[in-house]
Design a protein around this ligand. Structure first.
Ligand code: NDP
Length: 286
């Protein structure tokens, strides 16, 4: 049976480190690292995510400000809010909860956030810096996955890794981070031919697809490490259950290590968001 990578436990360790970093910044520089979270509209899942982020920020002693805009807000309303957060010296990180209502342009919003305060790591300058292997604010979910992988592998160099999914927020930055660690990286997606065989060759499989239980034991080489990013809400017997992209019950018996859903990548994502906020605050001080 695989080692279960406990994202809750690991994220608590990260949060303890973030908390002492926040204390250090307060003592040495006399400022409180502060995260601004912007939510447009009433999407229930987004409301839960925003609440959790604010709660965790408060738990580590960080400042937090939440801005809620009406679903009918215009691009100009949102742009004006971002401009004011960009110039507010008491705000060190800005997160706009995605997805936005359809009439708003996400790319425009992401590009408007100051790259120095872009704690999601989605701004084109941060994306470019990551691709070029330079210091940048790195997207939170892939960063969390890397911490999980490093817990299992002291050296990732030379390992073959397959990332299933090529989104800008998970798949592509995940592949860039694995490449930085000298892995041999393949990105698989909906057009990949014989995807099971592609995955079966890998030492490391990262699943970021959004299809419940897509990846079963036929896709995984015995002894591989499997990181499950997927969050799929499935109704079973009238009850809503969260499931990953990996069929845990068939893969866990053959893998070397596996992250569960829930309790895997999810908690790591929030911890890395707060880590990015302290990093952003520090950089703005220098
Ligand atoms: P996207 O929908 O943006 O991307 C999904 C990717 O999966 C696409 O590249 C798509 O390929 C690929 N894909 C879809 N179907 C298949 C298939 N049958 N076989 C192979 N590849 C396929 O999703 P995200 O990257 O935003 O999110 C992925 C999952 O991760 C979701 O479940 C999401 O909820 C979860 N997530 C979890 C987070 C966390 O904190 N734990 C944070 C962010 C996301 P193509 O490009 O060809 O269409």
């Amino acid at each position: 049976m695989a080692h279960i990578i406990d994202g809750k436990e690991l994220s608590n360790q990260v949060l303890i480190e973030v908390s002492s970093e926040v204390e250090r910044i307060k003592e040495v520089h006399g400022i409180v690292p502060t995260l601004a979270v912007v939510l447009v509209g009433e999407d229930p899942a987004s409301q839960v995510y925003v609440r959790n982020k604010i709660k965790r920020a408060e738990e580590v002693g960080m400042g937090s400000v939440s801005h809620r805009l009406d679903a009918k807000s215009t691009q100009k309303d949102l742009n004006n809010l971002i401009d004011s957060l960009n110039t507010d010296s008491q705000i060190h990180g800005i997160l706009v909860q995605l997805p936005l209502p359809e009439h708003l342009n996400e790319d425009e919003v992401i590009a408007r956030i100051s790259p120095a305060k872009d704690v999601d790591g989605f701004h084109p300058l941060n994306v470019g810096a990551l691709a070029a292997g330079r210091e940048s604010l790195v997207p939170c979910t892939p960063q969390g996955c890397m911490i999980m992988l490093r817990q299992v592998h002291s050296d990732l160099s030379g390992k073959s890794a397959v990332v299933v999914g090529r989104s800008n927020i998970v798949g592509k930055p995940m592949a860039a981070l694995l490449l930085q660690e000298n892995c041999t990286v393949t990105i698989a997606h909906s057009r990949t031919q014989d995807i099971e065989a592609v995955c079966r060759k890998a030492d490391i499989v990262v699943a970021a697809v959004g299809r419940a239980k897509l990846i079963n034991s036929e896709w995984v080489r015995p002894g591989a490490t499997v990181i499950d990013v997927g969050i799929n809400a499935i109704e079973i017997d009238g009850k809503r259950k969260l499931m990953g992209d990996v069929d845990f019950d068939t893969v866990a018996p053959i893998a070397d290590a596996i992250s569960p859903v829930p309790g895997g990548v999810g908690p790591m994502t929030i911890a890395c968001l707060l880590m990015n906020t302290t990093r952003a605050a520090e950089r703005q001080l220098s």
